[in-house]
Write a protein that binds this ligand. Structure first.
Ligand SMILES: Cc1cc2nc3c(=O)[nH]c(=O)nc-3n(C[C@H](O)[C@H](O)[C@H](O)COP(=O)(O)OP(=O)(O)OC[C@H]3O[C@@H](n4cnc5c(N)ncnc54)[C@H](O)[C@@H]3O)c2cc1C
Length: 476
């Protein structure tokens, strides 16, 4: 099928000037309703700000719902889920599993569990949180509603409105024509750093050596899975299944038979709250960037072809999947990595792996450096020392050269390697929570975000239930 690609020698058309309706004037505008944006909006509203959250889709959740990314990764120390397991869907955990993130994440979690759309993290789940994306959408709406956040859906942020060299608002493309929302402080929770980039903030993309980013993955949910039959197979073939991934021998056979054409050597899937369902994370689209429409088009096409191959493979080769069918795929391909906005500090893999502490900590994480090979097969996994967590400093949320803008979630400032850890949803929520609170304080005090007293942000985070580990000894 012909897919439109970037013209080799593009020509350009001049667009007529246009005007936009000013739809709202608020204290805090949050752009993007993914995990980071949800937490930012709730944090800002709970701090007393008037808040508008704008999202391009007709529902909330970002990757969690639009891309069917599941489960919420572990936010506990001593996680072992990716490397042990011997024939269990979720392996034994060897550590105490101390949570290092609280606040909005925990509120979301409690509501998911109460609505039977989430499973409490424990040894049995490998400390991850399996959830139901449809329940997630409803719970997210309830939480924002209760917090008093104003919502604008179906609004794609296309530009930054700059006034007197300062970011004054954001332009949205909608079915009602272009709209402008003005705000005293803005949180860019688009995942891609769209607003920061449009505001002129510098950013990095990909690995230092070749600019390649982590692959994209079209996620899908498979129903009519027979868990016991699969677990029996996994127990009989302990060298072929490690908790949530494996089947190397079967993948090799199917690849040799021309039935699978994947740039990965194994199959990765996770349990969900529903015993007869799994969430499959096994398509892999390499050398594609989520901020390029040409690459996104190609990725959707390749992802759907791979999904059909994997579904047929599971049915034909893997015990427990004989009756399985694809019940849902992502509204869009899952994008792991795009722009990393250059901030006042750039978090590194060394910071993460040494569990570094910072005086201006606003969030913490325990998730390993986890890089799906940007160029093909293989995944790099580097864990923190047992019992340890790392800090994310406030400076990672402050884009250079822009004053009333904060970034949150997967586009904060860090290296490609560090990003592979802090990109996961619980940590995105933790940075979102902090960004929302900082934006509310900036709006109230009329100060630039980089002039705020970090102790004030920390104190409000703690009041709202965040876990900053501030009782621990700090080394920076
Ligand atoms: C395939 C895959 C598997 C993953 N596996 C896991 C996992 O198992 N567990 C885990 O915890 N994490 C996992 N992750 C990582 C995690 O899903 C993301 O990094 C996380 O969702 C980032 O949150 P975010 O809020 O920063 O961005 P996103 O989730 O990307 O949310 C951004 C939101 O902004 C909206 N938006 C974007 N641009 C605009 C715009 N211009 N205007 C208006 N709205 C806009 C989007 O629609 C979206 O709602 C995975 C990611 C992928 C892609």
């Amino acid at each position: 099928m012909p897919l439109l690609a970037r013209p080799a020698e593009p020509q350009f058309a001049r667009l007529p000037p246009r005007r936009a309706m000013i739809a709202a004037n608020v204290d805090v505008l949050v752009v993007g309703g993914g995990p980071a944006g949800l937490a930012a909006a709730m944090g800002a509203a709970d701090s007393g700000a008037s808040v508008l959250l704008a999202e391009r889709y007709g529902f909330l959740g970002g990757n969690a719902t639009a891309a069917l990314v599941m489960p919420l990764m572990s936010f506990h120390t001593d996680r072992q889920v990716l490397e042990s397991g011997e024939g269990k869907l979720f392996p034994e955990d060897h550590g105490p599993g101390e949570p290092v993130i609280g606040g909005v994440l925990v509120r979301l979690l409690e509501r998911l569990i109460a609505a039977r759309g989430g499973v409490r993290p424990s040894k049995d789940t490998g400390y991850v949180v399996p959830f139901d994306p449809e329940v997630f959408k409803g719970v997210a709406l309830d939480l924002l509603d209760e917090a008093g956040v104003t919502l604008l859906l179906h609004a794609f942020a296309s530009d930054a409105l700059i006034k007197d060299a300062q970011l004054d608002g954001v332009v949205f493309e909608t079915k009602s024509g272009p709209l402008v929302v003005r705000a005293r402080a803005i949180v860019d929770a688009t995942g891609d750093g769209d607003i920061a980039a449009r505001s002129g903030a510098p950013y990095d993309i990909g690995r230092d050596e070749d600019g390649l980013v982590q692959p994209m993955t079209l996620m899908f949910r498979v129903g009519d899975f027979h868990r016991e039959a699969f677990l029996a197979y996994a127990r009989e073939h302990p060298d072929q299944w490690r908790g949530v991934y494996g089947l190397w021998e079967l993948v090799r056979k199917a690849t040799e038979a021309g039935e699978l054409d994947l740039p990965r050597e194994d199959i990765l899937f996770f349990a969900t709250p529903h015993p007869r369902e799994v969430s499959v994370n096994s398509t892999r689209i390499i050398e594609a960037l989520g901020t390029e429409v040409w690459d996104l088009t190609r990725a959707e096409w390749i992802g759907r072809r791979q999904m059909r191959q994997i579904a047929a493979f599971l049915r034909k080769y893997v015990p427990g999947f004989e009756d399985a069918y694809v019940m849902q795929s992502g509204v869009q391909v899952g994008v792991r990595e795009t722009r990393r906005i250059q901030g006042e500090y750039r978090l590194t893999a060394a910071d993460i792996l040494s569990a570094r502490k910072f005086d201006d900590v606003i969030a913490r994480g325990t998730y390993p450096v986890d890089i799906h090979n940007p160029a093909g097969r293989g995944t790099t996994l580097k864990k923190l020392p047992p019992g340890e967590a790392y800090d994310i400093p406030y400076r990672c949320l402050l884009p250079q050269r822009t004053d009333n803008l904060l970034v949150a979630g997967r586009c904060i400032s860090g290296t490609h390697e560090a990003h592979s850890s802090y990109r996961v949803m619980p940590i995105a929520m933790a940075t979102g929570h902090a960004a929302g609170i900082a934006a509310a304080i900036a709006a109230r005090t009329r100060k630039a975000s980089r002039e705020l007293d970090v102790a004030q942000i920390q104190s409000e985070l703690l009041r709202q239930g965040a876990n900053l580990g501030l009782d621990r000894s700090r080394n920076a």
